[in-house]
Design a protein around this ligand. Structure first.
Ligand code: A2P
Ligand code: MG
Ligand code: MG
Ligand code: MG
Length: 319
């Protein structure tokens, strides 16, 4: 069954199981209690934590995917990893069922046509804070993100949330095949906007103030992680607004694929598409704006002040 499926179907079917294996490793490290946190930030550029869970999860994801797909181009967040014996070779039979809905173009995609963007643990700051403050409720904000880009744009994504209720959950989508693992909200009387908990800045606050004056943000919730914020948008929040730089392509590729499949939209704060081809700039220099299917993305774009947009230009190439 697995071997007969198209490359993209097999990649997503494997990635679902691999994301869950990474979630298991994250839980093991947490249970062990020693996070071995290091600060990745360049001198004076803020705090950018990495834990043993980030390092192990990245190793497991990359090694597992390379076992099935030898030459696959994976761009993951972590450069330093910790070798671990857990290699996941399983696949999701539910994903294989979706092959019948896929377009011919997607079925014809080959291994060297894609870039896989991996965030082995999104919400590292929240993990560090959960342990420091003994507030384990924050762990709900942790996700494992695997996004698949073809011709520079996301075509499939996996968001695994290890601490959702008791067992965790995996939300995934392939373009044209619907969203699985969550029932997207179709509206909400309140327009709740989610934004960063740990990277607040003046431009983020000013963008939110502008949205409030136009009744596009009835209230604001500050939570961690790009994955968790997009899950919130899928489940009833109106928008995710991050009018600042710092978020990277591995934070947005998977979530954009899932949100788009649910009828939502994700762009930078000026309304430009985010690109995911090889060699592209890793930073989302234009910020991030994600909206639910039931609000107008353009209203949010039009309301964010031009001076904030000017501070966040698109820089498409690394050089
Ligand atoms: N200044 C930054 N430096 C490093 N990572 C950032 C920065 N801003 C955002 N991120 C990444 O984007 C995610 C969403 O940001 P926020 O929670 O502030 O809205 C964070 O969890 C973090 O991912 P990660 O936890 O994988 O390092
Ligand atoms: Mg991240
Ligand atoms: Mg991460
Ligand atoms: Mg990080």
């Amino acid at each position: 069954m697995f071997n007969k499926a198209s490359f993209l179907t097999r990649l997503v079917a494997s990635s679902v199981r691999v994301s869950e294996a990474a979630g298991g490793l994250i839980k093991n490290v947490m249970a062990g209690g020693d996070l071995k946190i290091i600060d990745k930030s360049e001198h004076g550029s803020g705090y950018d934590p990495q834990t043993e869970a980030d390092r192990r999860a990245q190793y497991c994801i990359v090694q597992s995917l390379q076992k099935h797909f030898k030459n696959i181009n994976i761009i993951g967040e972590e450069e330093d990893t910790t070798a671990c014996p857990e290699i996941e070779m399983g696949f999701s039979a539910d994903v294989l069922q979706m092959e019948r809905l896929m377009s011919t173009e997607l079925k014809n995609i080959q291994e060297n046509d894609v870039v896989v963007w991996v965030d082995p643990l999104d919400g590292t700051s929240e993990v560090a804070l959960a342990v420091k403050n003994k507030n384990m409720a924050l762990l709900e904000q942790v996700t494992v993100l695997i996004g698949i880009a073809y011709k520079g744009r996301p075509v499939a994504g996996i968001i695994h949330q290890p601490y959702h209720e008791k067992l965790g959950r995996t939300v995934w989508a392939i373009q044209g095949c619907g969203v699985h693992g969550v029932v997207p909200a179709t509206g909400n009387a309140q327009k709740i906007v989610v934004t960063t908990r740990s990277h607040l800045s003046e431009s983020v606050s000013n963008a939110l103030e502008a949205l409030k004056t136009r009744n596009l943000a009835d209230s604001v919730e500050k939570v961690g992680g790009a994955g968790f914020k997009v899950l919130k948008v899928l489940e009833g929040c109106a928008a995710y607004v991050f009018a600042s730089a710092g978020c990277k392509k591995w934070d947005t590729c998977a979530v954009e694929a899932v949100l788009t499949a649910a009828g939502g939209t994700l762009t930078d704060i000026s309304g430009r598409d985010i690109r995911y081809e090889p060699g592209v700039q890793l930073n989302n220099t234009g910020g991030v704006l994600a909206t639910a299917s039931w609000v107008k993305h353009k209203d949010y774009i039009d309301t964010i002040p031009q001076e904030i947009k000017n501070m966040l230009p698109e820089i498409s190439s690394k050089k």
